[in-house]
Design a protein around this ligand. Structure first.
Ligand code: GLN
Length: 380
């Protein structure tokens, strides 16, 4: 049998490759983005309590209503937007599944989707699986600023979607209100859907405010905004998130979601619904992660790695051109095997593998581990 791959250029993701190598050689794993500490004890208890009480069968397709109600309250509290939990919020099996469903629901064969690279590695294959064509606006180190006039030139009658991510993985940059207003202006009068990946909404530093698509009513009317409990409550392995969009878009999103996973896992949803009643945990996140960023930067200050500015996410980029001119993938593999610290090469977030000698390190780690990584990298 001849198999004609829909994704001929896709291999194993860089996150799997680098985490695998880190585990194999016992390196400190700052590659794949995940915390090395546990979620709150109380949240874990709530999951087991809900299991004991019987939340073990399918949750309703869009998510349990109490959780969608808590999410709507949170959105009103922090973004001042009123969304209907019944028709505008869908609980998903994590951010990546929500991104896939958003793309699958709207992108047809031959449609174009504008990506701002470097971007999370699932966007492109999700577009290609649906027969769409990624159209790339490539950003450049060190500041990765978006040139909206250049993006405007990429718009065509075939453009179906624009994907943004703020705070952005892997760059650590953020979009501000002026960017969101610019996007609104660019898309006015078109049929382009905005996929706004906001999974790092709370990981934003130095007093900056997250500019959510939910804050701009005209823009929201064409948006699907995507969130992740994993990033907010330190449980990326629970694979739970949600998608917020106006009823017309949510209706289409759910048509795909119901046949993709049907519903997200039930006991976690019930636990999050209880736990979200107290906003202090997520309100404290900017300070919690800013402290980690700063401890890590301090630990790295005695190395030859040059930090780029990190305004948000739990990723810190470093320029290593003063250390080596090796391709970034080779450099990351050598860092892992010879120096005991695993990183992600930023070229893997560019479709043309643009190599600017920049690596990404995840600082969602305990302070002792961040300090130890800094000590190891001093030898480099
Ligand atoms: N979002 C995480 C990262 O960028 C990884 C997710 C994954 O492993 N697919 O590191």
């Amino acid at each position: 049998m001849r198999i004609e791959s829909k994704l001929p250029n896709v291999g194993t993701t860089i996150f799997t490759v680098m985490s695998g190598l880190a585990n194999q050689v016992g390196a400190i794993n700052l590659s794949q983005g995940f915390p090395n500490f546990n979620p709150s004890e109380r949240l874990q208890q709530l999951v087991t309590e809900h299991m004991a009480r019987g939340a073990n069968q399918y949750a309703p397709m869009p998510g349990i209503l109490p959780l969608r109600e808590r999410i709507a309250e949170k959105i009103e509290r922090i973004y001042g937007a009123k969304v209907n939990p019944d028709t505008e919020i869908t609980v998903t099996a994590g951010g990546t599944q929500a991104i896939f469903c958003a793309i699958a629901a709207f992108v047809r064969p031959g449609d174009e989707v504008i990506l701002l690279e470097p971007c999370y590695d699932s966007y492109r294959p999700s577009v290609e699986t649906m027969g769409g064509f990624p159209v790339v606006h490539a950003l450049s180190a060190p500041d990765y600023q978006v040139d909206w006039e250049a993006v405007k030139k990429l718009l065509s009658p075939r453009t179906r979607m624009l994907c943004i991510n703020t705070p952005q993985n892997p760059t650590g940059t953020i979009l501000r209100a002026s960017d969101m207003l610019k996007i609104n202006e660019l898309l006015r009068g078109t049929d382009v859907v905005l996929m706004s990946d906001e999974v790092y909404e709370h990981l934003i530093f130095d007093g900056e405010k997250h500019a959510s698509a939910l804050c701009y009513p005209e823009l929201y009317a064409r948006s699907l905004a995507i969130y992740s409990f994993g990033k907010t409550y330190h449980n990326t392995g629970w694979k739970t998130g949600y998608c917020v969009g106006p009823p017309e878009l949510t209706r289409e999103f759910r048509k795909v979601h119901q046949f993709n996973v049907f519903s997200a896992n039930h006991p976690m949803q019930a636990a999050f619904a209880d736990f979200m009643a107290d906003p202090s945990e997520y309100l404290g996140l900017p300070a919690f992660y800013q402290q980690k960023r700063d401890v890590f930067l301090q630990a790295m200050s005695a190395t030859r790695f040059k930090p780029l500015h990190c305004a948000g996410t739990y990723f810190q980029l470093f320029d290593y051109s003063a250390i080596s001119d090796e391709p970034d993938l080779d450099f990351c593999k050598r860092l892992t095997t010879e120096f005991g610290v695993a990183a992600i090469p930023v070229s893997s977030f560019f479709s043309d593998l643009k190599d600017e000698k920049v690596i990404r390190l995840c600082f969602a780690k305990t302070e002792d581990l961040l300090k130890l990584a800094g000590e190891k990298l001093r030898l480099c």
